[in-house]
Design a protein around this ligand. Structure first.
Ligand code: WQD
Length: 351
């Protein structure tokens, strides 16, 4: 059984990917310092898969602590590197925090992968690397534009660092460019739990719908799009997760043509913000309280994926549709509320 190290394994995409890896026969360990995540998501992973996953609560920016994980697990055959800060707005305010955290952790992991001859590496990248593309849908060959944020810059630099590292030591890597991951595991045992006020669209919608937020803004409806709001490619988190399993198998079976290959992970459908809201209202039966606000700086007008390469080479076929994305996101928000009520009522009972 191949042992895989998942960094950022307690995060939204990381934990969903661990579930998929285990369900496909992999042994998994996690490394996550829980600075922006909660280890109890691994309890949900165990409930879903029946497997307990060990998490090394380590700051990957500390080389010696990172090295110790590999010393204890010399049989790691692959690494999936999620661990990074990812709030676009925060990265504009605190660029050095993002460059230090996202790049130092990546370099340490790559150095250890080389030291311990771990042959396979999957890097969590993002459609953010394309910036505002001249033509859509974007293929993997679409040129990168200057990053609109430090977050986007760390993904562009991260791809370059990974590519140069594996070309130098003849290891293998895959760069996965996620579009907009949304939704929750169909078991409703885990999903997205944004820290503080959600920046991303779907958690902002579900928190508004459940009353956690008094309302939300649609950031601009005067763009050159079908209804004036921005276009994105929303993809279910479980489809994103399964792509990581397929990418590892592609490398483990030696099917890669080059040391480092890139794949877009999107549905190939571009939907506007207002279309997402409309779809959510239909699925949930809740009329959403939103108003049109000003444009958000750094927003890309429109982007969606050409996903032929992942389909043809990885055998990847997204199976969740827009209704599934909205329904699972909403069910997860309802579950969180139920837990909160239970917690409050049990606390009330104790007082
Ligand atoms: C989508 C659209 C907003 C909130 C994300 C991740 C990034 C990367 C790509 C993985 C935009 C609008 C949002 C709100 C709104 N993914 N919106 N009101 O900016 O495309 O980036 O996907 O790496 O890490 O951040 O996603 O969900 O923030 O915004 O109108 O309250 O929804 O203006 O047009 P984005 P998002």
């Amino acid at each position: 059984m191949s042992k895989i190290l998942v960094t950022g394994g307690c995060g939204y995409i990381g934990a969903h990917t661990i579930v998929d890896l285990i369900e496909n026969g992999f042994e998994v360990i996690s490394a996550d310092n829980n600075s922006r995540s909660n280890e109890n998501i691994l309890d949900a992973v165990e409930k879903i898969t029946g497997k307990a996953v060990k998490n090394y609560k380590v700051d990957l920016c500390i080389y010696d602590d990172t090295f110790a994980i590999f010393q204890e697990n010399p049989d790691i055959t692959g690494i999936i590197h999620f661990a990074a800060y990812k709030a676009v707005g925060e990265s504009v305010e605190k660029p050095l925090l993002y460059f230090e955290n996202n790049l130092n952790s990546l370099i340490n992991i790559l150095k250890c992968a080389d030291e311990f001859s771990v042959p396979n590496f999957v890097f969590s990248s993002s459609c953010t690397v394309y910036g505002n593309p001249d033509a859509i849908p974007v293929t993997e060959e679409t040129p990168m534009k200057p990053a609109e944020s430090a977050y986007g810059a760390t993904k562009q630099m991260g791809e370059k660092i990974v590519s140069d590292a594996v070309n130098a030591n003849t290891n293998n890597a895959i760069l996965l460019r996620y579009f907009n991951p949304v939704g929750a595991h169909p078991s409703t045992l885990m999903g997205e739990t944004p820290l503080g006020k959600p920046q991303n669209l779907v958690p902002a919608i579900t928190q508004t719908a459940i009353g956690k937020l008094p309302g939300m803004k649609v950031w601009g409806n005067d763009y050159e799009t079908k209804d004036g709001s921005c276009v994105r490619d929303y993809i279910h988190v479980c489809d994103i997760a399964h792509a990581h399993t397929l990418a590892l198998n592609y490398l483990l079976e030696g099917r890669n043509q080059r040391n480092c290959e890139v794949f877009n992970l999107g549905t190939g459908d571009g939907l506007t913000v207002l279309e997402i809201i409309n779809s959510f209202e239909k699925i949930s039966g809740v009329k959403l309280n939103y108003e049109i606000g000003p444009r958000r700086s750094g927003d890309v007008v429109a982007i969606y994926a050409n996903n032929d390469k992942a389909k043809n080479l990885l055998g990847w076929n997204p199976k969740y549709n827009l209704q599934d994305m909205m329904a699972t996101a909403w069910k997860w928000e309802l579950k969180l509320k139920e837990h909160e009520n239970l917690f409050n009522s049990s606390n009330a009972a104790l007082n």
